[in-house]
Design a protein around this ligand. Structure first.
Ligand code: SF4
Ligand code: SF4
Length: 425
């Protein structure tokens, strides 16, 4: 992890341009100012006071997905995302953004109870059929285009499942792990959490789910709301303190990438720096953790043609690419397809799909075409935003394919194997 001013790392940018062809916005727009190299130049010039962060400069920087594909491609180790977060923090001081976004970041996401209450209202609204009425009225679009986009992508919300604070391991306990619930996963993807906990228990893990968890702050960080993000990071570290954990396991790529970076976020905080570094060292993505402990599972065959898409914050943010594939390949009968450009962003990118809907939708169209080109029966990806984005993108083409977290597929195979085992006994 870099300890010197990340802007001095600009000097390591040798302007080679190797990152350009990996940058989705450069692929879309073809202009240098919408490429990593161009954006680095803008950020550096603004930092040195040579240019103002005016509307034009901001539009190029806000057009960045923060997907970090440029970091993976860069031979000089330029920490692009860190520079972007610092620059966006300056931009937010000039312009705090749309009032709805501000309200959601400050008053909603950090409070799980409020998120649950909003989800309850949304379920009622969906069940009463008010969705199509509201869509026809155009009211949401008048309030904010991003809000209308978000509403259009929202899946039918499932029934909530309350998580307990402790789940014992099945059989001998080999590990004790903490489990991140996150802000929106419990209401949007409760089945992913349930599958994750079950797979961990079947892998010899006792699973602790601290009750007073907050949002991880990833969305705040990427939007330049760094003070709020740091505050949330401090709270989350505290909620996992003193639990005697072997690992803190995360099934959301965006949250995991952020939590692995807390030591870096809080490097200037003398009271929290060491605690945050220790916490970050314990954080593991669920697939990464499962491959490391390599449980001796009995897996039942699943005859599925599956396309796996790399979530940017798993691949570029955590350098995790082989682990989900290795887990899926353990399932007999499962055919893992070769998805073209699986390393290119699907357009979700945190709240990018709300703030830049036109560019985001173009990327989603590309992604869906690539998915459909290999004729899968299901799609897997390890991030809730990507699951929602791809599902909505496929739906808009008139095709409805299951889009799941890899752990849900693993869980299905484990469940079938244990049901078959019970029958033979
Ligand atoms: S983070 Fe992604 S969109 Fe932004 S400059 Fe890098 S590759 Fe391009
Ligand atoms: S690959 Fe790295 S060194 Fe080359 S232009 Fe991009 S950021 Fe600069």
């Amino acid at each position: 992890m870099a300890s010197k001013d990340p802007f001095s790392l600009n000097l390591d940018c040798i302007h080679c341009g190797l990152c350009l062809s990996h940058c989705p916005t450069y692929q879309l727009l073809g202009s240098e100012t919408d490429s990593p190299r161009g954006r680095i130049y803008l950020m550096k010039a603004a930092r040195q006071g040579r240019i103002e962060l005016d509307d034009k400069a901001v539009s190029h920087l806000d057009g960045c997905l923060a997907c970090r594909a440029c970091e993976s491609a860069c031979p000089s180790g330029v920490r692009y995302e860190w520079m972007l977060a610092q620059t966006r923090s300056r931009i937010r001081q000039q312009d705090p953004g749309h009032w709805l976004l501000r309200a959601a970041m400050r008053q909603l996401l950090p409070f799980p109870r409020r998120v649950r209450a909003l989800a309850r209202l949304t379920r009622i609204y969906q069940r009463l059929g008010l969705q199509s009425l509201l869509r026809r009225s155009g009211l949401l679009g008048a309030l904010s285009r991003g809000l209308a986009e978000a509403e259009g992508k929202l899946p039918a919300l499932p029934r909530p499942r309350r998580l307990r604070q402790l789940y014992p391991a099945y059989g001998e306990r080999k590990f004790r792990v903490g489990f991140l619930t996150g802000c929106v996963m419990p209401v949007l993807f409760p089945q992913t959490h349930a599958a994750s906990i079950e797979v961990l228990r079947r892998s010899g893990c006792e699973v602790a789910v601290p009750a007073r968890q907050s949002c991880c702050g990833a969305l705040h960080w990427h939007d330049g709301r760094s003070n709020q993000a740091k505050q949330l990071a401090r709270q989350l570290c505290r909620s996992f303190e003193g639990q005697g954990l072997d690992a803190v396991v995360v099934n959301s790529a965006g949250c995991g990438a952020a939590m692995k970076d807390y030591g870096h976020w809080l490097q200037d905080d003398p009271d929290q720096r060491h605690q945050a570094q220790a916490f970050s060292r314990k954080v593991e993505d669920l697939c990464e953790f499962l491959v490391r402990i390599n449980p001796p599972w009995q897996l039942a065959p699943l005859q599925i043609r599956l396309a796996y898409d790399d979530a940017c914050h798993l691949l570029h943010g955590q350098n995790i690419s082989s682990q989900p594939r290795r887990l899926l390949k353990r399932i007999p009968g499962l055919e893992l397809l070769n998805l073209p450009n699986s390393d290119r962003c699907c357009g979700a990118a945190g709240i990018y799909n709300l703030l830049q809907p036109a560019l985001s939708n173009q990327l989603t169209d590309w992604k869906c075409k690539e998915i459909l080109s290999c004729s899968p029966e299901r799609v897997a990806t390890a991030n809730p935003g990507c699951m929602m984005q791809i599902r909505a993108g496929l739906r808009s083409t008139g095709i409805s394919l299951p889009v799941q977290h890899p752990v849900e597929i693993l869980h299905e195979s484990l469940e079938r194997a244990s049901a078959a085992d019970l029958k033979t006994k």
